[in-house]
Each structure stands twice: as structure tokens, then as C-alpha cells.
Design a protein around this ligand. Structure first.
Ligand code: ADP
Ligand code: MG
Ligand code: ZN
Length: 328
């Protein structure tokens, strides 16, 4: 059976997690020095490594011979947790177990010592979905946690987690991965998968994924049917052909090819394109060109995602900042 890339390449140790060194180095240190907290809260946008790091941490704290703060992956604890035969590490999705009864049941079970490993670890995903009563029940355990217990809570929406819970957890923020790091990661995965992914295309996918590794790997998956994954393949697979036409229209306008521009506009009009939407897209493109113009390096992460770097930098060279400002 085909396994999605983002599942196949889920990191098994902290050192394989990209772009979150501020979190992974801290956690490795805590494992090394055995200075663990009994409750963690992982915050950040989706697909940035929260669940991945929660699972790694759950193994690292129970591993018999951690390697520099990473789980060894080969001891009975590591293997048992990974293949699901050790039941002391429990994952709960708060989105579907959000009632007070769920948390009470958890509390009854949590008082017992773990059966096979050192620590019973509860990973509660989407914790902001818990009901108020469930949060209160959880708070009771967090106030006086038995020594054998550890909680790792994860959420995309910090503002929905009550302050009383926040104050009892050690907080770690997961960042969006910058486009350059993400592109490099995609290239390394592509190499292992024997895909022919070129650099421009890797950058475009990274930008479209908006800093999320899961989204980036899913996009790469979708493009992988192409013999060579280049910018064209990404545009076609992602249904971004429209962006191509917008860039062509801008090109004709800049060349003062009025007849050609009108023809291009007419073509889009006949295909049902709303002129107001088209104007919006043109100004979005100009905004991206302007970003790249004023900050060639730093702006890479601020681009809207729909255009490849070559297209943008070609426009950037043809226009001054003044022209761009007045046009956009
Ligand atoms: N920082 C990261 N480094 C490497 N891969 C990652 C990272 N973040 C996410 N991934 C990839 O995306 C998938 C989903 O990540 P996950 O940790 O479940 O994200 P979330 O933050 O939504 O919990 C992983 O299986 C992995 O393939
Ligand atoms: Mg998750
Ligand atoms: Zn181990």
C-alpha cells in the first residue's frame, strides 16, 4: 500500500526535526539532565512538528539508553511504544474526546503506575477543543500530578487554552519553517525517493506550503507523478495555470504590447475570468515583485506563494520601486 510521504518521513529522533532547534535542543537537554517537566504545551501552526516532537519526547523519557537526549530507537521501551504494544503512552484527540467524562476516565486510569515503562505519558492533541468542565478536570491532575505521569498538550490556538492550564505547563512554540530550509528538506526527501525535483520547483512548493512541513510533503506527493518535477509541473499539478496567464499579461503590459495584452485579457474574459478578480491578482503579483525588490533575501518568506522566484525576479529587474508602488 502506498504510504504518504509525510507519514513515511515522520522524524523518529529530535535531530531529524527541521527548523525547531530552539525546542528540540531544550528538550534534549532536559532528557540528558533528567530535568523534565510533568506538563508541556506545544503551540504552533499545523504541520510544524508538534505531534512528532510529542511522540519523540514520550519515547526519550522512557528510553533505556537515550543517545544525547534522543530516544535510541532499539531498546524494548522505544520499540514497544513505537509499534503500539506498550500502552503507557496514550494519544488522545481532544477534538473527539472533549467531554468531562473523557478526562475523568483519564484521571482514574492515570493514578496507576505505568505497566511497562517509567512514565505514563498522555499526549492530548488539539487541547483547545476541551469543554470547560473537561479543562477543570484536567487542571485537578495538573495541580498534583503523580511522579509517574507526564502530559504533553498540543494546540494551534493558544488563546483558547485557559490561563490556569497555561500556568502549569512548560510552553514551547513551534515556528513556521522558512522557505529556504523547507526547500532544502524537500530536496533531501526527493533524493531519497529518487524524484527529479529541481531547485526552483522545491522553492515554489516550499512557498506554497506556507511554512508547514506536512503541507509541503503532501504537495510534493501530488507532483511526484511527473517525470521531472520542475516549476511547470508544480504550476500544472496545483492548478496554478491561471497565475501563469496573469504573469504573461503583466509581461505584455510592460512591453507596451497593447494588442497582445488585450488579446490575453480577452482570452481570460472569455474563459469567465472576472475583471475585478484579475485586477486583484495583478496587484498581488506586483506586491510580490515589490517585496522581492525591496528585500531580495528577507522577503522570500513573505511572498504569497503563487509564483516561482525566476518569474518574480525577472519582473523585479524590469521595474523600479516607484513604478511598483504606484502600480500595486
Ligand atoms: N519540523 C519538522 N521536521 C520534519 N518533518 C516535519 C516537521 N514538522 C512536520 N513534519 C512532517 O509533517 C508530518 C506531520 O507533522 P506533525 O508533527 O503531526 O505536525 P503538527 O504540528 O500538526 O502536530 C510529520 O509526519 C512529518 O513528516
Ligand atoms: Mg498534530
Ligand atoms: Zn530506547
Amino acid at each position: 500500500m502506498y504510504q504518504a510521504l509525510y507519514r513515511k518521513w515522520r522524524p523518529l529522533i529530535f535531530d531529524e526535526v527541521i527548523g525547531q532547534q530552539h525546542v528540540t535542543e531544550t528538550l534534549k537537554n532536559q532528557v540528558r539532565n533528567n530535568r523534565l517537566s510533568h506538563a508541556y504545551l506545544f503551540i504552533g501552526s499545523r504541520g510544524t512538528g508538534k505531534t512528532t516532537c510529542a511522540r519523540i519526547l514520550a519515547r526519550a523519557v522512557n528510553c533505556e539508553h537515550p543517545v544525547d537526549g534522543n530516544p535510541c530507537g532499539t531498546c524494548p521501551a522505544c520499540r514497544g511504544i513505537l509499534d503500539g504494544t506498550i500502552m503507557d503512552v496514550v494519544e488522545l484527540d481532544a477534538a473527539s474526546n472533549n467531554g468531562v467524562d473523557n478526562v475523568r476516565a483519564l484521571r482514574e486510569e492515570a493514578v496507576f503506575s505505568p505497566s511497562a515503562v517509567k512514565k505514563r505519558v498522555y499526549i492530548i492533541d488539539e487541547v483547545h477543543m476541551l469543554s470547560t468542565a473537561a479543562f477543570n478536570a484536567l487542571l485537578k491532575i495538573l495541580e498534583e500530578p503523580p511522579a509517574h505521569l507526564m502530559f504533553i498538550l498540543a494546540t494551534t490556538e493558544l488563546q483558547k487554552v485557559p490561563a490556569t492550564i497555561l500556568s502549569r505547563c512548560q510552553r514551547h512554540s513551534f515556528r513556521r519553517i522558512d522557505a529556504a530550509t523547507l526547500a532544502g528538506y524537500l530536496e533531501s526527501i526527493a533524493e531519497k525517493e529518487h524524484f527529479h525535483l529541481n531547485h526552483e520547483a522545491a522553492e515554489l512548493i516550499a512557498r506554497l506550503a506556507d511554512g508547514g512541513v506536512r503541507d509541503a510533503l503532501s504537495l510534493l506527493d501530488q507532483c511526484s507523478a511527473s517525470e521531472t518535477i520542475d516549476v511547470d509541473a508544480v504550476y500544472n499539478t496545483m492548478g496554478l495555470a491561471g497565475n501563469r496567464r496573469v504573469a504573461e499579461l503583466l509581461d505584455l503590459i510592460l512591453k507596451h504590447e497593447t494588442a497582445g495584452a488585450l488579446r490575453a485579457f480577452n482570452g481570460m474574459w472569455m474563459d469567465g475570468k472576472n475583471p475585478a478578480v484579475l485586477l486583484n491578482e495583478l496587484s498581488g503579483l506586483l506586491r510580490d515583485v515589490l517585496m522581492l525588490h525591496v528585500a531580495p533575501r528577507g522577503a522570500l518568506d513573505l511572498l504569497s506563494g503563487g509564483y516561482d522566484t525566476a518569474t518574480l525576479s525577472a519582473f523585479s529587474k524590469r521595474l523600479t520601486a516607484e513604478q511598483l508602488l504606484s502600480a500595486a
